[in-house]
Design a binder for this molecule. Structure first.
Ligand code: ADP
Ligand code: MG
Length: 234
């Protein structure tokens, strides 16, 4: 499980004479085991926020603290280790390797983390958990979009990460499949105690998170925990 603290988290891009404030002084705390949706218009900074949380980008200012570790103080190699061992990723276009079968795709992140003799057995078990136990040797071209994303969800969990990040993980599938993928992610969040942060522009999906963070022009425009939304509705 991961508790995440964003402190004055800032990412500016220089474009000629202009500075694009992709993320501008964000302060947020996400507790261990939360399921958070990040929403906002295109260009509001959602992907930048997620890439900073995933240690794929370094902030211009501020920091991300993961389980008490100030990641801005880590060297690149230590950031890569933390990324490989503690963070799982789910992408909009699934990003499965076409030459590998489902099981091999799930096992791929095992290469980037400390060797774990339980890894291959866990990969197999995760495929059962995402209900693809009968598709282990299927290649990505032999899987539907929803099945492909289920493989990707299993892959995101194979290193027992504390945190899973998803950038539009339901962006490529129809709404019924979207709903099923959200069921699955919520179940994995509950059963594995993993913190989830997903970006979505689909409010039906966002409404099923514990909390909705809305970005606007690189700043937090609103931050609503589900408890508050339930109170507002009652
Ligand atoms: P979102 O995911 O909400 O659509 P992004 O985080 O991708 O938003 O982008 C936020 C802003 O930062 C946008 O204005 C975008 O054009 C700009 N931006 C993102 N990445 C870069 C980059 N590598 N170089 C310059 N500008 C960027
Ligand atoms: Mg984006």
């Amino acid at each position: 499980m991961a508790a995440i603290e964003m402190v004055n988290l800032t990412k500016h891009y220089k474009q000629g004479k202009n500075v694009i404030k992709a993320l501008d002084g964000v302060n947020l705390k996400i507790e261990s085991g939360e399921f958070v949706a990040v929403v906002g218009r295109s260009g509001s900074g959602k992907t930048t926020l997620l890439d900073l949380l995933g240690l794929l980008l370094r902030p211009t200012a501020g920091t991300v603290v993961i389980d008490g570790v100030d990641t801005s103080k880590l060297k690149d190699g230590d950031r890569a280790t933390m990324r490989g061992e503690s963070i799982g990723f789910i992408f909009q276009e699934f990003n499965l390797l076409p030459t590998l079968n489902a099981l091999e795709n799930v096992m791929l992140p095992l290469r980037y983390a400390k060797k774990d003799p339980q890894g291959p057995a866990r990969a197999r078990r995760l495929l059962d958990e995402v209900d693809l136990g009968d598709r282990v040797t299927h290649k990505p071209t032999e899987l539907s979009g929803g099945q492909s994303q289920r493989v990707a969800i299993a892959r995101s969990l194979v290193n027992n990460p504390a945190l899973v990040l998803g950038d539009e993980p339901t962006g490529e599938v129809d709404s019924e499949t979207s709903d099923q993928l959200l069921d699955l992610m919520r179940r994995m969040n509950r059963e594995h105690g993993v913190t989830f942060v997903i970006v979505t522009h689909d409010m039906d999906i966002a409404q099923r998170a514990d909390r909705i963070i809305r970005l606007k022009d690189g700043k937090v425009a609103s931050d609503e925990p589900i408890a508050a939304r339930e109170l507002a509705l009652s």
